[in-house]
Design a protein around this ligand. Structure first.
Ligand SMILES: [Zn+2]
Length: 370
């Protein structure tokens, strides 16, 4: 099935370009107008049309006779919802089959194991569907991203110290009317970045939010490790006997590179912190330099082990573009192997990468099954 193979290709934006005429046409007519005697191809085209996975999206220049129409992949044939749960916020996104955000929203709502909280999630799901003008039959599923380590089954929480989410999968049962899975937030964010990166097979994703996490993406897949702890860069030791980490140990990268180190200086407003850095005010510039030094050590350590692109995401990653040259210089000075630091990349998603990545689980599954 040529079309399905193309859809599965890495660059999903260049899917399916064949000549076709109009919708709801008979298979015999498709063959005639295509000028092909390939029943398998036409049968497959017809099936894709019936599933509304392809649609007319333009015309080709005429080479004599009627202009041939072009058809393309219909990215809006199905949608998936992503929910990102953090300690103090819930985000909801609706994405199409290209992984593009159709609608997204973020609201402040502190996590708690309660009926009120779960009802808020149910309301958010209805809200994104309403705003995206999408009916229930078009929804493939709901991916739920949480700051916790999840077992391979996508249900069992094996480690969770930021939110008390041990029974979350079971608790959501009565509030989500679609198939749903849970994903670690950093793995989900990394997966979203990998989906949008072109010609990249291996990538490290660093999530620099109010906690520091990460994902190892090898051969276009998330590497979870033998015990699902892969990519937990936040708990690499940066200082022997350093500051206390929430995990109970000392000197972890999380302590020095979490976004709150910066936003706490401006009443929780990270954007404000960077505005003040740009004014050159010493207090903020010094803090930012200190932060970048630890970040450069962390990146250098990762690069020495895994030798691939490092994408900076999370809250701080969203502001990184402007300071990238300086960070690259700091890393290249530290690095044993000659590098200009260009392997350090800014993230594609400035917001909501985790919600998108969680939703992509269902898009991927759907495409695999076409
Ligand atoms: Zn730690």
């Amino acid at each position: 099935m040529a079309s399905a193979i193309e859809i599965k290709q890495k660059n999903r934006k260049n899917v399916l370009r064949v000549i076709y005429e109009e919708k709801k046409i008979s298979k015999a007519e498709i063959s005639k107008r295509l000028g092909l005697s390939m029943p398998t191809v036409t049968q497959n085209l017809s099936e894709l049309f019936d599933k509304e996975l392809i649609c007319i999206n333009g015309t080709f220049d005429s080479t004599g006779g009627r202009k041939a129409k072009a058809i393309g992949f219909n990215a809006d044939a199905r949608f998936a919802i992503g929910i990102d749960i953090t300690k103090n916020h819930i985000s909801g996104v609706l994405i199409n089959l290209y992984g593009e955000i159709v609608y997204s929203v973020r609201l402040r709502f502190r996590f708690e194991e309660s009926d009120i909280y779960y009802r808020e999630i149910a309301k958010l799901i209805s809200h994104v569907m309403e705003k995206g003008m999408v009916g229930a039959t078009s929804i493939l599923g709901v991916g739920v991203s949480i700051p916790a380590i999840i077992a391979e089954d996508g249900k069992t929480v094996t480690y969770s110290s930021i939110i008390a989410a041990t029974n979350l999968y079971e608790n959501l049962k009565d509030y989500i009317d679609f198939p749903y899975v849970m994903m670690n937030d950093a793995n989900a964010g990394g997966y979203a970045e990998l989906w949008h990166a072109k010609m990249v097979k291996n990538m490290i994703y660093l999530s620099l939010s109010n906690s520091v996490g990460g994902a190892v993406l090898m051969n276009n897949e998330i590497y979870y490790g033998d015990r699902m702890h892969g990519g937990e860069f936040g708990h690499m030791t940066l200082e022997i006997n350093g500051k206390q980490c929430y995990c109970g140990r000392k000197g972890c990268a999380d302590v020095y590179c979490n976004a709150q180190n910066l936003s706490n200086l401006t009443d929780g407003d990270l954007g404000k912190f960077f505005e003040l850095v740009d004014t050159g005010e010493k207090k903020y510039v010094d803090e930012w330099k200190k932060y970048m030094q630890y970040l450069a050590v962390m990146i250098n350590n990762i690069y020495n082990v895994l030798d691939c692109d490092v994408v900076l995401g999370g809250y701080v990653g969203g502001y990184m573009e402007k300071y990238l040259d300086e960070l690259r210089r700091m890393v290249s000075e530290r690095c044993t192997f000659a590098t200009d630091g260009s392997f350090i990349k800014p993230c594609f998603f400035k917001h909501e990468s985790s919600a998108v990545g969680a939703a992509l689980y269902f898009v991927d599954k759907f495409i695999e099954e076409i």
